[in-house]
Design a protein around this ligand. Structure first.
Ligand code: NDP
Ligand code: BG6
Length: 484
């Protein structure tokens, strides 16, 4: 299958924090893949910026190392890699000081798109925004890309929005949630709004409930310091899971265009009913023989931070009244498996004699691994013996249907960075969306703090705490099994 690549205009992309972990693991290898994909014009430049004392050659060496380590098979193309590296530069800059800013200003080309990736701690966002203006490096067409965490509650998110708004318009601010760059997450919109099949059924007349699972096998080792102050609610639910919820539940936007899509997502968040604490389960992983427990990983022996959350919520609107949405996410679970399941209601009446089994249609959108969609349908069991019914999946695994390059081999980050250059904000969070999401999660987190809530322990390699299974059992339902 030949993919249609949309070329981008010439650009200067400055990566503040260009020597950091995110830049090395995701941003730079991703940009190299876009270079290989023919999407980086020859005179486009990537400028790393940080406090470390490096020249261009040393920076290129560092980037070559990062791409070799994290870039996958493509990194073996040494001829292309050396051509890519020529488009890289480095400036030593202190976000909080005066050093380096005049050099950066002098390096920028006129008449090309300027994008500034803030791949540094959020405490530096305001400093960077201020200095980009002070030194006249950013103009009205410039874009800034900011990383999560976008605040740690409503108050801090609002303060951050206000700080950025002092120097940049909302149209210039690209708040990254890398889940929105995932191929299947975008496919969710294609499936819903590109087919006549699903939309008529997408409501409380036909849908029994919806499940969203983002299960990980990794623990928090290596980033325990950050994670222990955050927890699964802030790290995953407030952003990634809520974005998935929005895409599954929103009304059709009038156009696939930034504000039309974001307006609809915002309406979903605003319609979310506050969650009763009985409808939430918090968990923390416990060691098995071969692994550490959460408290060791987080280096905090008394930590009550959750590495798992499961909850049931409702959206108070005409379409979804009465339909529960169950969400769960956790670390060190039995498999890396993220999916959304839309479970349709039972048939009102079965015409098949003796058919006592409960046959249900379930549409499952698999985000990772093994991206694809399957629809559970009921058919006649093959062979003689009368009309016996059986449920089978109509499976569309993208790699089978579209070939191994179904996702163009690209990663969420590179796709989103190219959208920044194109000036397309559809897959980025707007400031009011982020604030609305915090307004919903803050009372949950504050409630835990007020009650000194202690998370339930769960075994590494399990499906999470028993109580999370009970969350659905109480309603006569069960989670889709977490399997690799
Ligand atoms: P790192 O600590 O690995 O890197 C921080 C970078 O910022 C380094 O390049 C550092 O270089 C630079 N830096 C620090 N202080 C200054 C300063 N005063 N002036 C200029 N540059 C400075 O962090 P990460 O790369 O892991 O994370 C970056 C951001 O991305 C954070 O906001 C993080 O929360 C977010 N994020 C990270 C993810 C990841 O997988 N790593 C995932 C999602 C979000 P130097 O010391 O040379 O100045
Ligand atoms: C990040 C979280 O935003 O997403 C991590 O901070 C998490 O804790 C990661 O592991 C999951 O992303 P992915 O793309 O691996 O599902």
């Amino acid at each position: 299958m030949v993919s249609r690549i949309i070329p981008v205009e010439c650009f200067d992309l400055v990566i503040f924090g260009g020597t950091g972990d995110l830049a090395r693991r995701k941003i730079l290898p991703g940009l190299f893949r876009r270079f290989l994909g023919g999407q980086m014009p020859e005179n486009a430049r990537i400028i790393g910026a940080a406090r470390s004392n490096l020249d261009d050659a040393e920076y290129r060496d560092m980037v070559a190392g990062a791409i070799t380590e994290f870039g996958g098979a493509e990194a073996k193309d040494t001829e292309c890699l050396s051509r890519f590296l020529k488009q890289l530069h480095y400036v030593q800059v202190d976000a909080r000081g005066t050093d380096g800013w005049a050099d950066l200003a002098g390096l920028m080309k006129p008449d090309v798109i300027r994008a500034f990736y803030f791949s540094v701690g959020p405490g530096l966002f305001g400093d960077l925004a201020e200095r980009l203006h002070l030194h006249k490096i950013a103009d009205a067409q410039s874009r800034i890309v900011v990383e999560k965490p976008f605040g740690r509650d409503l108050e801090t998110a609002r303060a951050l929005n206000e700080t950025l708004a002092l120097h940049f318009d909302e149209q210039q601010i690209y708040r990254i949630d890398h889940y929105l760059g995932k191929e299947t997450v975008q496919n969710l919109m294609a499936v819903r709004f590109g087919n006549v099949l699903f939309e008529p059924l997408w409501n409380n007349h036909y849908v029994d409930h919806i499940q969203i699972t983002v299960a990980e096998t990794v623990g928090v080792g290596g980033r325990g310091g950050y994670y222990d102050k955050s927890g699964a609610m802030r790290d995953m639910v407030q952003n990634h899971l809520m974005q998935l919820l929005c895409l599954i539940a929103m009304e059709p936007p009038s156009m696939f265009e930034a504000d039309a899509v974001r307006d609809e997502k915002l309406k979903v968040i605003r319609a979310l009913q506050p969650v009763d604490y009985h409808q939430i389960v918090r968990g923390q992983y416990n060691a098995t023989d071969k692994t550490q427990n959460y408290r060791d990983d987080a280096e905090n022996p008394r930590s009550h931070t959750e590495s798992f959350v499961a909850l049931k919520c409702h959206i108070n609107n005409w379409r979804w009244a009465g339909v529960p949405f169950y969400m769960r996410t956790g670390k060190r679970l039995k498999a890396r498996n993220s999916e959304i399941s839309v479970v349709f209601k039972d048939l009102g009446h079965s015409i098949f004699e003796g058919d006592e089994a409960r046959h249900r249609n379930i549409l499952t959108i698999r985000l990772q691994p093994n991206e694809g969609i399957d629809l559970q349908v009921t058919i006649k069991e093959p062979g003689p013996g009368g009309m016996r019914l059986v449920d089978v999946p109509l499976d569309m695994t993208f790699a089978d249907a579209l070939g191994p390059d179904a996702d163009g081999g690209s990663d969420a980050y590179e796709r989103l960075i190219m959208d920044v250059i194109r000036g397309n904000q559809t897959l980025f969070m707007r400031g009011d969306e982020v604030e609305a999401a915090w307004s919903w999660t803050d009372p949950i987190i504050n409630g835990w703090q007020e009650r000194n809530d202690v998370p339930k322990e769960y075994d590494t390699g399990s499906s999470g705490p028993e109580d999370s299974l009970m969350l659905l059992h109480r309603d006569g339902r069960r989670w889709h099994e977490i399997k690799a």
